[in-house]
Design a protein around this ligand. Structure first.
Ligand code: FAD
Ligand code: SF4
Length: 510
């Protein structure tokens, strides 16, 4: 066997043979190092399905690369000599294979990227699995008064040609959002995402997760995520064939017992490398041009990936490390226990937390307008909430989760990312879901016995932050609405909110 001349470290979110660290490497001369380590598995208490998904996808990727002739050195979590950290595993690999130079693709998270920068004899290569690079975002952001996603997205459309007709947007508009706000009807023909039965490798990993993480949040079985590239692609094909056409119309809808509706459920595959965002967007562009899906569906979908996903990554790298500490609304309340137990009478929150526990998944509006909205209105500490979102979803990585949580959902960056807080009363949830029908609270009541907590908390939030929100033109109608309430009504709202929050802080059932 040829003597190896370098080690390439592949981390759990770099599971593609196209990763930049392998581009100039030769299978005969490279040790491909992969390690399951306690530090990565434990920096937040990850959902057990997320852990099983990632360890299984890593082990399958190792097999895929071995089959292609690569020399894979794989360290399992239960290896008795496992040092517990990636740095420790690099050091141990250098003892096994000789003190070889190391090559890595840059880590996706600030924390690990910093650690890697301290490693000796290590070449760090940019991660080019995205449509844009952080320095391109920095050039775009320079000298702009506001960093609105919409303008970044238009630039990306022009650059990639996705859904473009020459210089003009396909269909004559950049944005079909206004067509994409329909509530969902129950549909007996609605297909659910493919579930892939666990194979031997996944079952082995599940047993390990069961034994090593008995107290972590989340249901482990049934487990149905794809853990190979081929299956992830099959899952995406299934979405394109059966759900994409309705993605636009019902993008913001929520329906009890239907966790996935017409969503793709692919973020976990994109974020760990099993799916390639370029191929995914190209497929949707092609389906639209061929007339197989309407423009509002294709544009709505491509905007999420080419727009939001790229944009939040740009925000992350541009504003880290300080971004993680942002708390411009001064929210300090601890995260209520029901975010882990689902033990609340608020039917919408209970449904979203239960679904999160069972699936390690909630779609965007459930995250933004139910759990996120409640936390915003209740003044939950954004850092605590960030750790929750980072732990509970199979697709959660800090680069994408943090700007979504701190910026979009909690307005903790003071409006850098969102032009106004995503705060809403129960009326929004009632319009976009059927949760209120099965709730003990009355969504039509603002105060008094049985009033929907989202209603009084919403107005309490507006009143609490009136001074700050006053500077925001988009909030003026809401502030005028608050000032039109009679004084006694305002007092009633604020008292009820304060009693509710005090009881919640005391751990009383809500
Ligand atoms: P679909 O609705 O089918 O959308 C298609 C794809 O678009 C997604 O797979 C995803 O890659 C991308 N996308 C959609 N919205 C966003 C967005 N706002 N930001 C970035 N990409 C987006 N997404 C994550 O990938 N990881 C996270 O940790 C994460 N945390 C979030 C936390 C909060 C508080 C909020 C409000 C949103 C978060 N999102 C996160 C964005 C979004 O909710 C998920 O990407 C989406 O729900 C994943 O489900 P899906 O694959 O079915 O997406
Ligand atoms: Fe949620 Fe209020 Fe509707 Fe109950 S009534 S489901 S708490 S919005």
């Amino acid at each position: 066997m040829t003597r190896a001349s370098e080690i390439v470290l592949i981390s759990g979110d770099q599971l593609t043979p196209a990763i930049s660290s392998l581009r100039d490497a030769s299978p005969a001369e490279t040790i491909l190092l992969m390690a399951e380590v306690a530090e990565e598995a434990g920096y937040v208490p990850h959902h057990r399905k997320k852990l099983a998904f990632l360890f299984s996808a890593m082990r399958h990727f190792a097999e895929e690369m071995r089959a292609q002739g690569w020399r894979v050195d794989y360290v399992r979590l239960d290896d008795p000599d496992n040092s517990g950290s990636l740095g420790g595993e690099v050091a141990r690999a250098r003892k096994r294979h000789g003190d070889l130079p190391l090559r890595v693709t840059e880590a996706g998270e600030w924390r690990l990227a910093e650690t890697m920068r301290s490693w000796t004899n290590c070449t760090i290569i940019a991660d080019d699995r995205f449509f844009s690079m952080p320095d391109q975002f920095a050039v775009w952001a320079e000298d702009r008064k506001t960093l609105r996603m919409e303008y970044f997205y238009r630039m990306m459309r022009r650059e990639t040609g996705l859904l473009m007709d020459g210089e003009a947007p396909l269909g004559g508009r950049w944005n079909f959002d206004a067509d994409n706000r329909k509530p969902a009807e129950r549909d007996l023909l609605m297909t659910r995402p493919h579930a892939f039965p666990p194979d031997v490798i996944t079952r082995d990993v599940m047993a390990m997760v069961e034994a090593r993480f008995p107290d972590n949040f989340g249901t482990l079985s049934p487990f149905g995520f794809a853990v190979t590239r081929a299956d992830a692609e099959a899952a995406f094909d299934d979405f394109v064939a059966h759900r994409l056409a309705r993605f636009g119309d019902n993008q913001d809808a929520m329906l009890s017992g239907e966790p996935f509706l017409y969503h793709a459920v692919i973020a976990q595959y994109l974020n760990c490398g099993l799916l390639d965002p370029r191929r995914v967007c190209a497929r949707v562009d092609e389906a639209c041009r061929a007339g197989r899906v309407p423009i509002n569906a294709a544009e709505g979908f491509i905007r999420q990936i080419l727009g939001w996903r790229e944009y939040v990554r740009g925000i992350y790298w541009h504003f880290m490390p300080g971004y993680a500490d942002e708390n411009r609304l001064g929210a300090t309340r601890p995260l209520p226990a029901f975010y882990w137990t689902a033990d609340t009478d608020m039917a919408c929150v209970a449904a979203c937390v239960r679904q999160t526990r069972d699936e390690a998944y909630a779609h965007h509006i459930q995250r933004l307008m139910v759990t996120g909205n409640f936390a915003l209105l209740a003044g939950i500490d954004p850092a605590e909430l960030h750790r929750w979102y980072l732990a509970v979803y199979a697709d959660a990585y800090e680069w994408v989760e943090l700007p979504n949580t701190l910026g979009m959902s909690q307005f903790a960056d003071g409006g850098l990312l969102a032009s106004k807080p995503y705060a809403a009363s129960g009326a929004y949830i009632n319009r976009m879901s059927d949760y209120c029908r099965g709730c003990r609270y009355d969504v039509k009541k603002r105060t008094g016995a049985g009033a929907c907590p989202f209603n009084f908390l919403y107005w309490d939030f507006i009143a609490r932050h009136a001074e700050r929100l006053n500077a925001n033109a988009r909030m003026q109608p809401v502030l005028r609405g608050w000032s039109r309430f009679a004084e006694f009504e305002q007092a009633q709202i604020r008292n009820q909110a304060s009693r509710f929050l005090a009881a919640m802080d005391d751990g009383q059932g809500q």
